[in-house]
Design a protein around this ligand. Structure first.
Ligand SMILES: [Zn+2]
Length: 394
C-alpha cells in the first residue's frame, strides 16, 4: 500500500522518531523502483510538489499543528532530516535515471565506448548507498574564555602594546626571585604552587614549577629588549587550588607592562581607565584602592562600577540585590602598580636603571572576567567541555 503522511497526535521524541523513520523508509522504497525519466517525474511530483506533495503535507500535518513547545523540535526535524534527505535522494535518483538513459541510447547505437562510459556512470550512482544517513559536521565556535582573552588583548594592541609569551614550566628564579618575592613568601609553599617532582638536589632558583602568574614573562622580555617597552602577556597559569565555583588549578591571566622614562602613576590610571571603558562600555567609572604586591610599589586594586547593576547595587523592577558586586556597586577587576625598583635591579644591565626608567604593570584573571561578563556562576562550567553549556556562547 502506498505511503500516506499520518496525522500526529503524539509529539514525543520517540513518536517523532518513528514517524520520520517510516517516511524515509517509504522514500527509499519508492525511489529504488524508479528507472525512467517519466517515473522519476512522478516520484518528484509525489514528494516535492508545492501543492499536496508529501513534504508540503508534512509541513501542514506535523509542523503547523504541533503544540507550541514541540514546534522547534519538529521544525528542526522537518528541515534538517526530512527535506534535506528527500532532496538528496531525488537528486541522486535523477542522476541514476539519466545514466541509464545514456546507456540505453548507446546500446541502441552500438557504440561500445559509449556503453562502457555510461555503464561506469550508472555503476557509480548505484554504488552510493542512498539509504545511509549523511554525516553532519557542526561548525565550532570560540570558547567564551578565549573570546574574552582576545577582546582584552586587542584593547591593548590598539594602544600600541605588543603580545609577549613565555614558558608555562618556569624556574623559581623567574616566577619568584626576580619578582622580589622574599625567600619564605607563602606563595613559594607547595600549599600554593605546583612544583615539578625530583628538583630537590638543585639550588632553589633553578627548581622547576608551573608558573603561578604570567609575570615571569615581564622579566624575560626585559632581559631581551631594552626600554622603552609596552607588552601585554596572555597565558595559562597554575595554582595548587582544588576546583570549585571560583577556583581552578589552571586558569588564564593577562598582564601588561609599560617601561619608559617618566612613566607615572597618572599614566597607569589613564591607560587602565581607557581599557576598562573599551571593555565594559564608556559609562563605567574606575576606582583605585591601595593594595600590596611584592613586585610593584605603590600597588593598587582597580574597581569598576558594576556592569550588571550599573553601580546601584540593585537589579530589576523589584530592586533585587545584585550578586556579582555583592550590592556594593563596584567590582574588583585587576591588580596593578608601579614596577618596584628592586625588580629593575635584576635587569639593570639591559638599560633598566631604576634611577632612569620607571614603569607600571597590571594583571587580571581572564576566566573571572568571562564569568562576570556572561553572568555564569560556576567557573567549572568553562572547563568541563559540555557542548550544551558552551553552545550558548556560539
Ligand atoms: Zn552590581
Amino acid at each position: 500500500m502506498a505511503y500516506t503522511v499520518p496525522k500526529l497526535t503524539d509529539y514525543s521524541a520517540a513518536a517523532l522518531d518513528t514517524a520520520t523513520r517510516d517516511l524515509l523508509a517509504a522514500l527509499d522504497h519508492e525511489s529504488a523502483a524508479v528507472k525512467t525519466e517519466s517515473e522519476y517525474e512522478t516520484l518528484r511530483i509525489r514528494w516535492r510538489a508545492r501543492k499536496d506533495g508529501i513534504v508540503t503535507q508534512v509541513n501542514e500535518l506535523w509542523l503547523k499543528s504541533a503544540p507550541r513547545e514541540a514546534k522547534r523540535d519538529v521544525g528542526q526535524r522537518v528541515n534538517e532530516t526530512i527535506i534535506s534527505r528527500v532532496d538528496t535522494v531525488l537528486r541522486e535518483r535523477h542522476d541514476y535515471v539519466k545514466s541509464l538513459a545514456i546507456l540505453k541510447k548507446a546500446r541502441a547505437e552500438g557504440l561500445d565506448a559509449g556503453i562502457d562510459a555510461a555503464r561506469r556512470a550508472a555503476e557509480l550512482s548505484e554504488s552510493v548507498d542512498i539509504s545511509l544517513p549523511g554525516v553532519r559536521r557542526p561548525i565550532g565556535a570560540e570558547h567564551p574564555v578565549m573570546q574574552t582573552w582576545r577582546e582584552i588583548v586587542s584593547v591593548f594592541q590598539k594602544l600600541g602594546y605588543s603580545v609577549a609569551e613565555g614558558p608555562v614550566v618556569e624556574t623559581d628564579y623567574y616566577n619568584f626571585e626576580a619578582l622580589n618575592f622574599p625567600p619564605n613568601h607563602p606563595a613559594r609553599d607547595t600549599q600554593d604552587t605546583l612544583f615539578i617532582a625530583g628538583q630537590q638536589a638543585k639550588p632553589q632558583r633553578e627548581r622547576l614549577l608551573l608558573r603561578t602568574h604570567t609575570s615571569p614573562v615581564q622579566i624575560r622580555t626585559m632581559e631581551r629588549m631594552r626600554p622603552p617597552i609596552r607588552i601585554v602577556i596572555p597565558g595559562t597559569v597554575h595554582r595548587n587550588d582544588p576546583p570549585d565555583a571560583s577556583h581552578s588549578p589552571m586558569f588564564h591571566q593577562i598582564e601588561g607592562l609599560a617601561v619608559d622614562i617618566n612613566i607615572t602613576f597618572g599614566d597607569l590610571k589613564g591607560t587602565l581607565d581607557h581599557a576598562m571603558k573599551a571593555l565594559f562600555g564608556s559609562s563605567v567609572k574606575t576606582h583605585f584602592r591601595p593594595s600590596f604586591f611584592p613586585f610593584t610599589e605603590p600597588s593598587a586594586e582597580l574597581y569598576v562600577t558594576c556592569f550588571i547593576c550599573g553601580g546601584g547595587g540593585k537589579r530589576g523592577p523589584d530592586d533585587a540585590p545584585c550578586r556579582p558586586c555583592k550590592q556594593t556597586g563596584w567590582i574588583e577587576v585587576l591588580g596593578c602598580g608601579m614596577v618596584d625598583p628592586n625588580v629593575f635591579e635584576f635587569v639593570k644591565d639591559n638599560g633598566y636603571d631604576p634611577k632612569k626608567v620607571s614603569g607600571f604593570a597590571f594583571g587580571m584573571g581572564v576566566d573571572r572576567l568571562a564569568l562576570l561578563k556572561y553572568g555564569v556562576d560556576d567557573l567549572q562550567y568553562f572547563f568541563q567541555g559540555d557542548v550544551r553549556f558552551l553552545q550558548q556562547f556560539a
